[in-house]
Design a protein around this ligand. Structure first.
Ligand SMILES: C[S@@+](CC[C@H](N)C(=O)[O-])C[C@H]1O[C@@H](n2cnc3c(N)ncnc32)[C@H](O)[C@@H]1O
Length: 375
């Protein structure tokens, strides 16, 4: 295949490359020209990464090019370079911005370079999994992240063919919040998470329930044991968006029994026009404009959408601890996160010391028969 790098201030560059893999989001190519470059392009990220190895195979480091999300046209991957680069040496002794003065620092550019710097300082490569930051502090996650409304669980149990004797699969189970809610209603099943630290908390929580097992594996490569599937209900709470879009739907469908249900849900911030929310938005606009206060799905296969509004009151300390569990906050360099959270805390203090936060728990329900194979 070909790689075309479109530059803002220089002529475009084009060269041959050998395709290593393409999962629909993340495309990897190899270029051998004395030294060897392994190049990573993402269709949904504002950077690309070029790993550099010398002719003896020794890793030299990686160039991170801040760039528009990559496009693929025929057999050509096209990356529109925004000039700013980050060089990270293999031993991470050097983490340096290059061509900073030639760059327009839009929120996307700022967020991208800060994410790359944070990963480099944390000893992680950008092509390692950002989905696994939750496991850096699973106890904090478990303590601070909200559970899901009982009415939603009631509705799942009431689905035709589900009921208290049903078998369920919880994908991206994290610390086991949803599996525990289902187990409390009598359901049995399997919970799967890619992160061993998160799964360890889920195992502890489900330890007294031999009818539940927790597996550590990415859902994409996970396989059920013989005889334990198909499932009547497949759930994924706050996790579906982390799964490979090419795999998740056909695989979930294949694991469901005829007439079975796929239930995807997210606690998302509900609309809030309170003075405190406005003050918090101002803090983010000023200190972390790249962070979006969104959540949940952008696109869903056809299905039924239900909504469960609810509220929770947080002290300033609790709200700040909750913010620390969000992956976008965890990706911020500590010298940005500290002042951001201090300002958030101060805003809550200035508005009475508590945040009565409105949530909308959004449930998407899909019957197996409505999920077309290959969707
Ligand atoms: C935001 S947490 C949600 C956890 C839990 N479902 C909950 O509601 O609290 C997302 C979880 O998805 C897991 N995850 C991310 N990618 C995954 C994948 N490909 N396969 C399985 N789990 C994955 C992460 O490790 C993390 O525990």
């Amino acid at each position: 295949m070909r790689v075309r790098l479109v530059k803002q201030r220089r002529p475009a560059v084009e060269y041959d490359a050998e395709l290593v893999s393409d999962d629909g989001t993340h495309l990897i190519v190899r270029i051998g020209r004395g030294d060897v470059w392994i190049e990573h392009y993402w269709r949904d990220r504002w950077y690309s990464v070029k790993e550099v190895f010398d002719a003896g195979g020794r890793h030299q480091g990686w160039y991170c090019d801040i760039a528009q999300p990559a496009r693929v046209d025929g057999d050509t991957v096209i990356s529109e370079d925004l000039e700013l680069d980050l060089w990270v040496s293999a031993d991470r002794a050097v983490i340096a911005r290059l061509d900073e003065d030639e760059t327009d620092f839009t929120p996307e550019v700022t967020a991208a370079v800060e994410e790359l710097e944070r990963l480099a300082r944390a000893g992680r490569a950008p092509f390692q999994d950002r989905r696994l930051v939750f496991g850096e502090d699973p106890e904090l996650y478990d303590r601070m992240r909200p559970s899901y409304p009982p009415a939603l669980i009631d509705d799942l149990i009431a689905l035709p063919g589900v009921g208290p004797a049903a078998r369920a699969l919880d994908i991206g189970c994290g610390t086991g919040k949803t599996a525990a809610l289902l187990a409390a209603r009598g359901l049995t099943g399997v919970a799967v998470d890619a992160d061993a630290a998160m799964a360890a908390v889920a195992r502890r929580r489900l330890a007294t329930l031999p009818s539940w097992r927790v597996d550590v594996a990415p859902f994409e490569s996970w396989a059920p044991a013989d005889g334990e599937w198909p499932f009547d209900l497949v759930v994924s709470a706050q996790a579906w968006h982390w799964l490979d879009p090419n795999v998740r739907l056909p695989k979930a469908r294949a694991l469901l029994t005829p007439g079975g249900w796929l239930a995807l849900f997210w606690n998302v911030p509900a609309e809030d026009h309170s003075p405190l929310r406005r003050a918090l938005d101002e803090v983010y606009d000023r200190l972390a404009p790249g962070l979006r206060r969104t959540g949940g799905p952008k696109e869903m296969p056809p299905g039924e959408r239900r909504s469960y509004p609810w509220r929770q009151t947080y002290s300033a300390d609790q709200w700040v601890d909750l913010a620390r569990t969000h992956s976008d906050h965890r990706m911020l360099p500590t010298d940005r996160l500290g002042p951001l959270l201090a300002a958030v805390h101060a805003a809550i203090d200035a508005h009475g010391g508590v945040y009565d936060h409105p949530y909308d728990c959004v449930l998407w329900l899909h019957r197996r028969e409505d999920l077309l194979p290959g969707d």
